[in-house]
Design a protein around this ligand. Structure first.
Ligand SMILES: [Cu+2]
Length: 78
């Protein structure tokens, strides 16, 4: 059983992404969260999917903090 045995994921709304450059910046910033194993950002749907590395979910505050320097904002979809 490895790190990716769980399929937990959360979705974020990232309204300001408009191209691949945005996707790369958002992906890079969110990938630094310890609770996040993988990020898939899609500028067309303006969403990002975060695959989690374990049972812990990043808080909205942690996401805000991770994105602060990039100028993007993301909201966890309920
Ligand atoms: Cu862009």
């Amino acid at each position: 059983m490895g790190l990716f045995s769980k399929s937990n994921a959360i979705k974020l709304n990232v309204p300001d992404m408009s191209c691949g450059h945005c996707e790369a910046k958002v992906t890079d910033a969110l990938s630094k969260l310890q609770t996040v194993a993988e990020v898939q950002a899609d500028s067309k749907s303006k969403r990002a999917t975060l695959k989690l590395s374990g049972d812990d979910t990043p808080s909205q505050e942690e996401i805000d903090e991770a994105l602060r320097a990039t100028g993007y904002s993301a909201t966890i979809e309920k």
